[in-house]
Design a protein around this ligand. Structure first.
Ligand code: PLP
Length: 421
C-alpha cells in the first residue's frame, strides 16, 4: 500500500475498507465531549463487542429458566459449550480443532503446560526465555525451576535483545548450539509484549526440534493479529489470553494448544474431571481416562458466562474472515509507521521491526527526550495507549475496530503536543 500524509487519504482508506462495518459493532469509551476516544490499547484490553451483552444474556436467561437442566437443555447446552469455541479458535491460531482448548487463564495454563512439557533431568534442565519476557511468564518459568529444585540463576537462560532492542535469531541459534544438551524447554512470547517483535516461529521450532528441545509459545500479544499456524509449524504447545485482541472481556479465559502428536502419549499432567472421557465422566468412580485431545488438560467445568463473551468475539472474527483481518492489520500499522516516520523526529525511535512479517499490529515508540508527561498529555487529549518505563509508548491499532482516521488523528495529536509553540 502506498500512503499519503493527509486526512483525506485516511478517510478514503476507511471508505474502501472491507471491514469498516465492524467498527460500529464495538463500544468505544467516550471523551467528556462525547466523542469516541482514540482507542489504541487493544494490546491490553480489547473493546467490548455490542453483541456480547446478548450472548451473555442468553445464558443468564437459560440459567433462570432451566437451572441445572441448562447443561443439556439450554439453547447452547453448557455441557459441550467449550466445544463451540474450538473451531473458530483453532482457525485463528492455525490448529486442528482437537488441538485447541479454552480454559483457565493464561498464567495458569502456562503452568499446566509446563507440568507436562517441562520434564527436567539432572543433566537436562535448562529453560530458555527471551530476556524481556512478560513478567508473569518469567515468574512462571522461575517458579517451575524452583519447584523442580533448580536455581533459576543457573538453569534459566535469557535470550537478550541487541542494542536496538530487537532480538536476533543468530543469538538464539548460538544459545541453542552452546547449551543444546542442557536445555529441555524453550518458551518465547510471540509477539514480544514490549517491542512488538514477532519471531520466526518456524525457525525457532525447527532449531529446537533438531536438538529434541520442547518449544512452547505465549501468543498473548500475537493472537488475533498474526497467523501463527501452530499445527503446521509443529509447535509443542502454546498459550494465550482472549481479553487483548480477542475482545472477550477483562480477565476472560485463556486458550491452550497442544499438538496432536502429544495427545495420546503418556505425558504427565495435572488432571480434573473435565479432562476425563465424556461418556463415563458422570459415573464418578472411574480411573482417569483422558479425552484423546487437548481437552484432556481441562480440570474444571468452565465458566459459561465468560465463554459466552468469547463466543461473541469469535463470531465477529468468523464474519470478518481472519485473512482480511490480517491484511487490514498490516495496512493500518504500516500507515501508523509511515506517519510517524514523516514526523522526521530524531528523538522518536520505533523499536518494533520495520519488516511487517516481524511484527503484529503494535508499534512501540521510544521517545528519547520525553518523560511520562508526554503520555499524560496524550491521555488528556483522548488517546488511550500504554506507557512503559522507560520512555516507550505502545500503540496498537486493532484491525477490527480501529480506522485509518484513528491512526491519522493520533499522529496529529502527538504532533500538536510535541511541537506546539
Ligand atoms: C497479558 C499477558 C499475560 C497475562 O497473564 P494472565 O494470566 O492472563 O493475567 C501473561 N503473559 C503475556 C505474554 C501477556 O501478554
Amino acid at each position: 500500500m502506498t500512503y499519503q500524509n493527509s486526512l483525506e487519504f485516511a478517510q478514503n482508506c476507511d471508505t474502501n475498507d472491507s471491514l469498516k462495518k465492524f467498527r460500529n459493532e464495538f463500544h468505544f469509551p467516550k471523551t467528556n465531549q462525547g466523542d469516541n476516544k482514540i482507542y489504541l490499547c487493544g494490546n491490553s484490553l480489547g473493546l467490548q463487542p455490542k453483541s456480547t451483552l446478548d450472548y451473555i444474556q442468553q445464558e443468564l436467561e437459560d440459567w433462570s429458566k432451566f437451572g441445572v437442566d441448562g447443561h443439556t437443555d439450554a439453547k447452547n447446552p453448557w455441557m459441550p459449550y467449550h466445544e463451540f469455541l474450538s473451531e473458530p479458535m483453532a482457525e485463528i491460531v492455525g490448529a486442528k480443532e482437537s488441538e485447541v482448548i479454552i480454559m483457565n487463564t493464561l498464567s495458569v495454563n502456562l503452568h499446566l503446560m509446563m507440568v507436562s512439557f517441562y520434564q527436567p533431568t539432572s543433566k537436562r534442565h535448562k529453560i530458555v526465555i527471551e530476556a524481556d519476557a512478560f513478567p508473569s511468564d518469567l515468574y512462571a518459568v522461575e517458579s517451575q525451576l524452583k519447584f523442580h529444585n533448580f536455581d533459576p540463576k543457573e538453569s534459566l537462560i535469557l535470550w537478550k535483545p541487541r542494542e536496538d532492542q530487537q532480538y536476533d535469531l543468530e543469538d538464539f541459534d548460538q544459545i541453542i548450539q552452546d547449551h543444546a544438551d542442557e536445555i529441555v524447554l524453550v518458551l518465547i512470547g510471540n509477539t514480544n509484549y514490549y517491542t512488538g517483535q514477532n519471531f520466526d516461529m518456524q525457525h525457532i521450532t525447527n532449531v529446537c526440534h533438531q536438538h529434541e528441545i520442547t518449544i512452547g509459545f505465549d501468543l498473548a500479544h500475537g493472537v488475533g493479529n498474526i497467523q501463527p499456524n501452530l499445527h503446521n509449524l509443529g509447535v509443542d504447545f502454546a498459550v494465550w489470553c482472549t481479553y487483548k485482541y480477542l475482545n472477550s472481556g477483562p480477565g476472560s479465559l485463556g486458550g491452550c494448544f497442544v499438538h496432536e502428536k502429544h495427545h495420546t502419549t503418556d505425558l504427565k499432567r495435572f488432571t480434573g474431571w473435565w479432562g476425563h472421557d465424556k461418556s463415563t465422566r458422570f459415573n464418578m468412580r472411574q480411573d482417569f481416562k483422558p479425552i484423546p485431545t487437548a481437552e484432556a488438560w481441562q480440570l474444571s467445568n468452565p465458566p459459561i458466562l465468560s465463554m459466552a463473551a468469547i463466543r461473541a468475539s469469535l463470531d465477529i472474527y468468523q464474519q470478518a474472515g481472519f485473512d482480511n483481518v490480517i491484511k487490514k492489520s498490516k495496512d493500518l500499522t504500516g500507515f501508523l509507521e509511515y506517519l510517524l516516520v514523516e514526523l522526521n523526529d530524531k528523538n522518536l525511535n520505533i523499536i518494533t521491526p520495520k519488516n511487517p512479517d516481524e511484527r503484529g499490529c503494535q508499534l512501540s515508540i521510544q521517545f528519547l527526550d520525553a518523560d511520562k508527561s508526554l503520555f499524560d498529555k496524550l491521555t488528556k487529549a483522548g488517546v488511550v495507549a500504554d506507557w512503559r518505563e522507560p520512555q516507550v509508548i505502545r500503540v496498537a491499532p486493532a484491525p477490527l475496530y480501529n480506522s485509518f482516521e484513528d491512526v491519522y488523528q493520533f499522529v496529529q495529536i502527538l504532533k500538536d503536543i510535541r511541537y506546539a509553540g
